[in-house]
Write a protein of this length. Structure first.
Length: 340
C-alpha cells in the first residue's frame, strides 16, 4: 500500500474515533450541608436545670440524615437523642450535634447551687390545704412535676405551697404530723434507685416544737421489698436509738458524717396497709437548715451494708412532727431524679 493511501486510512480512522468518543458528563455532586445548633442558654446554668436544643440545616431541603447528639463530659451536662440537656455538675463542657459529615457544637457552663446564697423565695400563687384527720391528702405543685402530701392525727394543721415548690407548713396540738413534697411514682413503679440520681437542694427555717420526735430531710418508700427510708438533716429533737434501731455503719457525704441505722417495724401501718417492714435511717451528726442532699449516695451506702431497696414508690423532702406546736418555712427547694 502506498504511503498516500496509508495516510488517508489513518485520517479516516482518527475521524471515526473522534466521532464515536463519548461526551463527558458533569458530576452529580450534592450541595454542601451544614448544621447549626439553636437554643443554647446565653449564660451559665445551675445544676438540675434543663433545656432543649435543635439544629438548623442548610440548605433547608437537604436530607442530612439522623442528627446524633453527644456531650464532651456527661458529668457536667448530659444530652439525649432528641437534644434535651440536663445540667449535672459544676464545670464546662461542649454539646455536639453531627449529621453525616456536618457538625456543630456549643459550650455549656454549669454552676453549683448554693441554697444559703441563691435567691428563690415563694414564687407564684400560694395554695393552702388543711388536710383531713387520719387521711392522706395529695396535691400537684405547679409545673415542677412534683407531688405533695399532708397527713396527721388530730390538731389544726396546714400547708401553703407555691408554684416553684417552696412551701410553709404548721401544726398545732397534733399527735403526729407529716408533710412532704417531691416524686411520687406509685405501687407499680419500675423505677430502680440504682438507675437514678436523686439530689435535693433546700433552705428552711423553723419555729416552735415537734413533740417527742421529728425528722426533716428526705423520706420515702420502696416496693418489693417494702422499705421506709429517711435521710435526716435537721430536727427539733434529734432522734435517738429508741427510734432508729441498730447502728449499721457511718459514712461521709456532702461535707458531713452520717450514721446509718436499721429498725424493724412489726405489724405497723404502711403504704400497703399493716405490715412488717424495715426502716432505714441516715442521720447527719450535726443539724443544718440549708444545703445539698445526694440521696443516691445514701442509697448506695444502704446497699453496701446489706440494706436492700426495692423499686421507688416515692421520695420527698419531708417534715414529720411527733406532736407540739410549730412551723417550717421552706424558701428554697430544688429536686432532681436525674431524668432529662
Amino acid at each position: 500500500m502506498n504511503r498516500r493511501i496509508v495516510w488517508i486510512v489513518q485520517a479516516a480512522l482518527a475521524l471515526i474515533s473522534t466521532g464515536c468518543a463519548r461526551e463527558p458528563h458533569a458530576t452529580d455532586e450534592s450541595p454542601a450541608i451544614s448544621i447549626a445548633i439553636k437554643g443554647a442558654p446565653e449564660s451559665s446554668m445551675l445544676v438540675g436545670e434543663k433545656f432543649s436544643l435543635n439544629v438548623e440545616i442548610t440548605p433547608e431541603d437537604a436530607d442530612a440524615g439522623t442528627v446524633v447528639w453527644s456531650s464532651s463530659d456527661p458529668a457536667v451536662a448530659k444530652v439525649n437523642a432528641y437534644g434535651y440537656v440536663l445540667a449535672k455538675g459544676k464545670g464546662e463542657c461542649e454539646i455536639s450535634a453531627t449529621a453525616g459529615r456536618a457538625s456543630d457544637k456549643v459550650a455549656i457552663s454549669v454552676n453549683d447551687r448554693d441554697p444559703a446564697r441563691d435567691e428563690m423565695g415563694h414564687v407564684g400563687s400560694g395554695k393552702t390545704d388543711q388536710g383531713r384527720n387520719n387521711n392522706t391528702v395529695t396535691f400537684s405543685v405547679g409545673n415542677t412535676g412534683w407531688s405533695g402530701k399532708i397527713w396527721y392525727q388530730g390538731g389544726n394543721n396546714s400547708v401553703t405551697y407555691y408554684d416553684n415548690g417552696t412551701f410553709k407548713t404548721s401544726w398545732n396540738g397534733t399527735n403526729n404530723y407529716v408533710m412532704g413534697l417531691g416524686y411520687y411514682y406509685d405501687k407499680d413503679s419500675d423505677v430502680d434507685p440504682k438507675d437514678m440520681q436523686y439530689d435535693c437542694y433546700f433552705r428552711h427555717s423553723k419555729t416552735g416544737s415537734a413533740g417527742g420526735y421529728s425528722y426533716i430531710g428526705i423520706h420515702g418508700w420502696t416496693m418489693d421489698p417494702l422499705v421506709e427510708f429517711y435521710i435526716v438533716d435537721d430536727w427539733y429533737n434529734k432522734p435517738g436509738a429508741n427510734l432508729l434501731g441498730q447502728k449499721k455503719g457511718e459514712f461521709t457525704v456532702d461535707g458531713a458524717n452520717y450514721e446509718i441505722y436499721q429498725n424493724l417495724r412489726v405489724q405497723q401501718p404502711s403504704i400497703t396497709g399493716t405490715q412488717t417492714y424495715p426502716q432505714y435511717f441516715s442521720v447527719r451528726t450535726v443539724a443544718r437548715q440549708s444545703g445539698h442532699i445526694d440521696a443516691s449516695a445514701h442509697f448506695t451506702k444502704f446497699e453496701s451494708l446489706g440494706m436492700r431497696m426495692g423499686k421507688m414508690y416515692e421520695l420527698m423532702y419531708y417534715i414529720e412532727a411527733g406532736g407540739g406546736t410549730g412551723s417550717l418555712d421552706c424558701t428554697y427547694l430544688f429536686m432532681s431524679d436525674g431524668r432529662i
